[in-house]
Design a protein around this ligand. Sequence first.
Ligand code: BLA
Length: 238
Amino acid sequence: MYRPFLEHLQQKLQSSFDLQPLTIPAGLDYRANERGRQPTTIQSWCYTCPELRKIRYTYIDGGENAQVFNSVIYPSHGYELPLLGVDLLSFGKKKNLIVLDFQPLFRDEAYLARYIEPMRILRERYSDVAQDVEMKFYDANQYFSKYLLFARTDAETIEGRMFAAYCDYLDLYWQLLAAAVPLDDPEDVRRIVKAQKDYDQYSADRDPASGLFSSYFGHEWAERFLYEFLFEDAVPLA
Ligand code: BLA
């Protein structure tokens, strides 16, 4: 269901950036669960390039029971740009959740004006897709922008309007990246390093997918996947 989203991202990355693959820790790049009638697979990809220090995406394919596409793009430490976050989930035919955002690392006015305000026009263009759903796991005021696309919706909307929204949001992200000037003051870079690390810690500690990973692939694998791959700059809770 989300393969076109993955392919769109992959094509853009391959055509516009000098990608180098990053090694995914052994056993975390692919896993299949053969229990039950419907096998479920999880596969991940990870790259780096001069502008983007970590590009990762994951696809869970459990046939009609589960389709998930999740991605985070971390700009290089000289760029204070938000992270690109994508989380598209479908369970069964009915339960679909889509989240797409430029995840801000800072919240001061100047930062929001520079990196978040440009999203407003897209958020308005796709106001028919977005909903004001309340967050249960995360704090909407931390690492999310006010123009995120967040909705529980149907397959038809996802394949049509949502795919169009995704392409437009990604295009805007590439534009912001192209316009960004890397910072080279070590103080700025340290601030960005810390903010990206804090994002990993926050995300790993609250990830609503940890139960899902455990149920499909076991608790031990799920913990490794979270702390060694998805959010590798986070340290596991004691
Ligand atoms: C919610 N994301 C969820 C849920 C799951 C995942 C299972 C709960 C769905 C529900 O409420 O029914 C799944 N999260 C994943 C998967 C991965 C993961 C599969 O990290 C990794 C492979 N989540 C992100 C990113 C964003 C994000 C990058 O990983 C940003 C766009 C957002 N996911 C996000 C939000 C919710 C969510 C906002 C709703 C959580 C809430 O209600 O607080």
